[in-house]
Write a protein that binds this ligand. Structure first.
Ligand code: PMP
Length: 380
């Protein structure tokens, strides 16, 4: 029996996207593929309000993190990292390896770094860049990316880098409207495509910064290497992941057909709040505080007396896979992804499976509470 993958990425892939991945290969110089690749790049640029360059490159979110830093900083620069968990912290290692001076503002897991702390820190010294993880997958905390963008208007020499790996195409994002200089993501989360491509948007200010750096030590992630291909995909730099580009093109078509990013965010918001309310009705606590909860995933802390491994094993036996907790929360919570092209039916199935697993470990007497809560919320 195939399992429903409800981890926070990779997310389920709908049939029309799967078909694109199964197509017979074409040469990367084939005019049909070149046209498709160009269309994806241009549409993504428009969708995200990017006045600079949009990059669609083979690789994962971590490579995009490295790409953002490589093209915006040089050894010895100051960088401010705002961390709401494991993936925020990942930037520390990436930046230290590059010889950057790193300052970190980290929140207790489940909470956010306050806007006033961020502003105060930016006043202390001149930072080449600030990194903010929009949704940290380890905590399910969503940062107020737009409000931080407003603050950054007072610090025009600092590039604003947003990690959108667990938010982009779920949460609303727009470079121009939110004053973001670099945004990036991977295909495997809210775009609902298999893992393997990164998308990175760099506005004109970020491209000017890249130009000011001259030759950089990195090769594959150098904007300058990719710009000719992004402008004209008939030009070779490194072999494009052809079928994934087609799959992404279909994903972008689905987003546009849904009504665009704002409508997609509203759907994610409504569904997420219903899922979260249902989980609370079943006795779980949500790690992220009310007010900073992601709409793309939920990190649900177990009620007392539930063994994480036994619970997740019971879920797998019933056909649904969720992800374990990270860091200090390993064994204490599970992470449920609800982003991309998943449906209300998938969420009902997940909640009903969670109820059956709770009953199997003796932690639920009356079935239907969670599903009922969810359906009532969705009906509002
Ligand atoms: N940033 C965030 C917020 C993530 O959730 C992840 C992956 N879960 C990454 C970065 C790293 O992405 P990847 O695993 O695709 O390299």
């Amino acid at each position: 029996m195939s399992k429903l993958v409800m981890i926070p990425g990779p997310t389920p892939v709908v049939d029309s996207i799967r078909v694109e991945m199964g197509r017979e290969i074409q040469a990367f110089g084939d005019p049909n593929f070149v046209k498709d690749y160009k269309e994806v790049i241009d549409n993504l640029g428009k969708l995200y309000g990017c006045d600079g360059k949009t990059f669609v490159v083979a690789g994962t979110g971590t490579l995009a993190m490295e790409m953002s830093i490589a093209n915006s900083t040089k050894k010895g620069d100051n960088v401010l990292i705002v961390s709401h968990g494991f993936f925020g912290d990942r930037f520390i290692d990436i930046c230290q390896r590059k010889g950057l001076n790193v300052d970190v503002l980290a929140a207790e897991w489940g909470k956010t770094v306050s806007l006033s702390e961020i502003e105060a820190k930016l006043k202390e010294k001149s930072y080449a860049a600030i990194t903010v993880t929009h949704v940290d997958t380890s905590t399910g905390v969503a940062a107020d990316v737009a409000a931080i963008g407003e603050i950054l208007k007072k610090f025009p020499d600092t590039l604003y880098i947003v990690d959108g790996v667990c938010s982009t195409a779920g949460h609303y994002e727009n470079l121009k409207e939110q004053n973001i200089d670099i945004l990036f993501t991977g295909t495997q989360k809210a775009f609902g495509v298999c893992p393997g491509l990164l998308m990175l948007w760099a506005n004109q200010k970020a491209m000017d910064r890249r130009a000011s750096l001259g030759t950089i030590p990195e090769y594959y992630v150098d904007f300058d290497k990719w710009v000719p291909t992004m402008d004209d995909p008939a030009k070779y730099f490194a072999t494009p992941a052809i079928n994934l580009v087609w799959a992404l093109k279909e994903s972008v078509r689905i987003i546009e057909a849904e009504g665009g990013l704002k409508v997609r965010f509203e759907r994610h918001l409504k569904n997420a709040r219903a899922v979260q309310k249902a989980l609370i009705s079943l006795g779980f606590k949500i790690l992220a505080e009310d007010g900073c909860r992601a709409v793309t995933l939920t990190n649900a802390i177990y009620p007392d007396g539930i063994d994480d491994l036994a619970f997740r094993k019971a879920l797998i036996a019933e056909g649904i896979i969720v992800a374990p907790g990270l860091g200090a929360y390993a064994g204490k919570l599970f992470r449920l992804g609800h982003m991309g092209n998943i449906t209300t039916n998938d969420e009902v199935a997940a909640l009903s499976t969670i109820e059956r697993a709770l009953m199997s470990v003796g932690k639920l007497d009356k079935p239907g509470v969670g599903v009922g809560t969810y359906l009532a919320e969705m009906a509002k």
